[in-house]
Design a protein. Structure first.
Length: 285
């Protein structure tokens, strides 16, 4: 993990690329376009004297007319000029226009479309984008509300350093592009809840289940029984599923969607508990 990830200096909306796109993601999507479309058309264009013949003609006309919305008579008879104009547009346009373009390309009727979509989704997951191809359309898979819950939880625990550190570590482990660690991200997310409950009960040796039972029993914090049971079961899941909190197995089925769900759920529960304790007049430290 980088310094900025470990200590929470990198904004969450950049760590999880929501309404943003870093240069690594943009470069990777361009490489996908090159591999599945542009390289083939460049090779074919070498044997064509002008753009007004063959598939090369149709390729650029579709982009100019239907996507860039430029006058058709501005298409050059030179592959290099058209390619350079398209490339400049791709690397200068806002992040959302990049998604517009790769979505447009996916909807064209070419042989490589399915492979292009699969490869783009691999890139989007690897680079921790908040978006994916579903069918042939770019779809948001991480919402504004989910990111806000994480942001609020990290902000709300600024004076509760152990809780905040668990949350920041969970985020960093999930968002690591080179070596994501989803199992330990889940462990850190649930540990953040456990750490907060220990602070509320002033019992540093309590498990999450014990702390939740104590909070419910003393009645100082109004905690719905069903909600308490739900998080107790969630704690049980982390104990059992693929060795998340205990000895790790050789292989794991834990995926990014599991880690994201746990981080968002634990962040929301932390925000809920902090609001409830404040309402009950309990000072956490």
């Amino acid at each position: 993990m980088s310094f900025s990830q470990r200590y929470g200096y990198k904004p969450i909306r950049e760590t999880i690329q929501y309404e943003s796109m870093d240069i690594d993601l943009r470069n990777s999507l361009w490489n996908a376009l090159w591999q599945y479309y542009l390289n083939e058309w460049e090779s074919e264009s070498k044997s064509i004297e002008t753009v007004y013949y063959g598939r090369y003609d149709n390729f650029f006309i579709q982009i100019w007319v239907s996507h860039l919305k430029k006058p058709i008579d501005t298409i050059s008879d030179s592959w290099d000029r058209n390619f350079l104009e398209l490339r400049n547009h791709f690397f200068r346009c806002p992040w959302y226009e990049v998604y517009d373009f790769i979505e447009f390309m996916a909807q064209l009727d070419y042989d490589n479309t399915d492979k292009f979509i699969i490869y783009c989704n691999y890139i989007l997951e690897r680079e921790k984008s908040a978006y994916r191809f579903v069918d042939k359309y770019i779809t948001e898979i991480t919402s504004e509300n989910e990111i806000t819950e994480i942001e609020d939880a990290i902000s709300n625990t600024s004076t509760l350093k152990t809780v905040q550190q668990h949350l920041q570590t969970a985020l960093a482990l999930m968002a690591d592009k080179k070596q994501p660690d989803y199992r330990n991200s889940i462990k850190e997310a649930i540990s953040a809840v456990e750490s907060l409950c220990r602070l509320i009960t002033q019992n540093q040796n309590a498990t999450l289940g014990q702390a939740l039972n104590h909070i419910e029993k003393i009645g100082q914090v109004e905690l719905h029984t069903a909600l308490k049971e739900a998080y107790s079961k969630l704690y049980g899941y982390t104990n059992d599923a693929d060795g998340i909190r205990h000895a790790l197995k050789d292989q794991s089925n834990v995926a990014i969607e599991d880690a994201k769900y746990m981080l968002v759920s634990c962040s929301a529960f932390i925000n809920y508990l902090i609001a409830k304790t404040a309402k009950a007049g309990i000072k956490i430290s």
